[in-house]
Design a protein. Sequence first.
Length: 253
Amino acid sequence: MIGTETAPLRTGLTRRAWTRAAGIMPVTAVAVIAGCCLAAAFTSGQVRFVAVAVVILVGVVAGLLWTKHGGVDAVHRRVAAARSAWSGSRDGAASVQDGAADARDVALALPRGWRVEAARGRMRFPLGEVTVRGETWVLRAVVGSRRAPRRREVVGVDAPTDGAFLSIPVGTTADSMLVAPAWAGNTSASAPVWLPTVRDRVAEHEDLLASLTVGDDRVILFALDDPRPETILNRARLVRDVAAIIQAAHGRP
């Protein structure tokens, strides 16, 4: 049992924390362009030149300050602090040092066109009879792609999948460049007996866009956003229940 596991922490994190952080620079750029257009429209001569320069300067400074206090590095710090506090208040839970993501987790859950630069904000905690791992993957596009870096939330447990490889979308239809694993479409030749029950359990789970992947003796939820500890716990319950369904279908305790 994990103490008062339903009590949310006051972390300053939001459901769309990574999306908001990634949007700072584009929003700032649009605001600066709009401000320059307005300055140019309502001034003339030397005043116009000065006004546009001031708008650009203010926009750059505002963007830097906003990035410092709300950018991805700031969110990473909040995530690490929140998860450390959450782990410290629960028996058996622990924070884990940032590092390379597990290669088997990456092979199972990573969408096509990305590589995992690091796994950050890592934690491990018991939930019932299983140990859950939760972490944030810092994704970089593969060489040749101009896509901006992204962060994805990963929650997983071990389970005896017996050769099955399945991907089940959570939320709206999973876009292959967002959450669907690279191998999606090359699934098991025949549906395992536990698949309908797993689909029913997934349907009960409310979340942002995500993908539940089953294979290589593990169950992983790969989600678009929401790094809050209470959300990790809800996702942990899902992967734990899916693992239990698979174990029960194989007649294992």
